[in-house]
Design a binder for this molecule. Structure first.
Ligand code: BGC
Ligand code: CA
Length: 427
């Protein structure tokens, strides 16, 4: 026991001296500012920084903000594969329709009608999900080589131009598939992915479309569950979301159609792990693709790293009636990376972290509790700041003293706004 502790301490000390010697590596505790000791002051602009959940990018074109992603040598993004997940969500809905074809067309008019709740028209995850649903259901229209992801508003007669009527043949019978309505769920104060707005929208849609609505699709579970509770549960209309929040997974037993796990347990780990590695001055793959000294390691069936854009992406899994019982606890740490780091080799460091909207169901009910489990395992003292989901200033105002922290984890309100944060670190 004693011996092992000593070995770990030595390993830790070696890591430190390695960090102090290397110049171009992933090391945060550099001696570049002079001093040459591990306690040398690190300038805020050189501290490890991770963007998570909202990838720095242009909200109209989706183009990645490489300046933000390359802010310093220890900058990363952690998210999940939006396209793979979106395709899964679309396929999950299509499979459900096929499997339930005998009962899906509630008014028997040969048209399978669906409504779609859109989270944020400028968020690439939201855009991908809208595209995934339209692609799978045959309602997608392309423009300049990409599927249009705009909301259509109301499309009772199928005349909208941003979507088209799809055609689906099952058991020798051909059905029309129609996106009856879709809308961005943004409240009057500007908060997007707004569950309450979705709960109201389904009321409006139900009164105009009634039993023309056969499916409810949503860019996330927060909005999906709000619509399910307000209308679809009572009317037995399958509702599909995204995120595998615990309440949504539990609702599958009551008729919620399904959801997608974006492997938040892997993302939350990666979010803090890249900071831990940078602070330890070790190879960024430590405890990720390569086992660390505590045995933590991920396999490539749950994530991948795209070095060119310094981004880690978790992979998604569909959660349906067939497997939902395995996903009931959405805040449980992922077992392969659940080992406590030794505090002498990985001493406590302080991290400033914000959640862009404290009222966001996924981030507050799933992601943050996971982060709170991992921060202990990784010996990170994290200060959690909850934003209002509306303005960047509401959050940046609370980063008045970046010098008090060793590293930063940032979840922007708008993906275009990375500079609002980096400006504070550049001062
Ligand atoms: C989640 C949404 C969440 C959004 C916030 C997405 O990845 O699926 O539920 O509202 O992130 O940025
Ligand atoms: Ca119908």
């Amino acid at each position: 026991m004693k011996k092992r502790l000593l070995a770990l301490t030595l390993a830790g000390a070696m890591v430190f001296s390695l960090a102090a010697c290397s110049s171009g590596g992933n090391n945060a505790s550099t001696d570049e500012q002079g001093g040459g000791t591990e306690t040398a002051e690190v300038a805020n602009k050189d501290k490890p920084l991770v963007w998570f959940n909202r990838q720095p990018s242009n909200s109209s074109t989706g183009e990645l903000d490489m300046t933000a992603l390359n802010f310093n040598d220890n900058t990363y993004y952690v998210g999940f594969d939006a396209n793979q997940g979106a395709e899964l969500q679309g396929t999950m809905i299509l499979d459900y329709v096929k499997a339930n074809i005998a009962t899906i067309d509630r008014n028997g008019d040969g048209i399978i009608g669906y409504v779609l709740a859109i989270g944020d028209i400028g968020h690439n995850d939201s855009i991908a999900r809208t595209r995934g649903v339209r692609a799978a259901l045959g309602t997608a229209v392309e423009k300049d080589g990409a599927i249009i992801s705009d909301p259509v508003g109301s499309n009772a007669d199928g005349s909208a131009t941003a979507v088209k009527d799809g055609s689906l043949e099952v058991d020798g019978k051909t059905y029309v598939v129609r996106e009856l309505a879709s809308q961005e769920m943004k409240n009057s104060a500007g908060a997007t992915w707004d569950a309450a707005t979705a709960g109201n929208a389904i009321g409006t849609w139900a009164s105009s479309f009634g039993d023309q609505i056969d499916i409810v699709a949503s860019n996330n579970d927060g909005m999906g569950m709000s619509m399910f509770n307000a209308w679809s549960k009572a009317n037995k209309v399958p509702t599909f979301g995204y995120d595998a929040n615990a309440d949504a997974v539990a609702a599958i037993a009551e008729g919620y159609g399904g959801t997608i796990s974006q492997h938040a347990d892997v993302q939350a780990y990666l979010t803090l792990r890249v900071l831990r590695n940078a602070l330890d001055g070790v190879d960024i793959d430590t405890g990720i693709g390569t086992a660390d000294d505590a045995g933590n390691v991920l396999t490539d069936d749950v994530y991948y790293y795209d070095e060119a854009v310094r981004s880690y992406y978790a992979l998604n899994v569909a959660v349906t009636a067939g497997n939902y019982t395995e996903f009931m606890d959405s805040t449980k740490v992922y077992e392969p990376v659940s080992n406590q780091l030794d505090a002498s080799a990985h001493p406590e460091k302080s991290v400033w972290l914000n959640i862009y909207n404290a009222a966001d169901n996924f981030l507050s009910a799933t992601y943050q509790p996971l982060l709170q489990n991992y921060d202990d395992l990784l010996n990170l003292k994290v200060e959690y700041i909850g934003g209002d989901g509306q303005t960047e200033a509401n959050i940046t105002n609370r980063l008045s003293n970046p010098s008090a922290y060793d590293a930063f984890a940032i979840n922007m309100v708008k993906t275009d706004n990375a500079a609002s944060y980096t400006a504070l670190l550049n001062q």
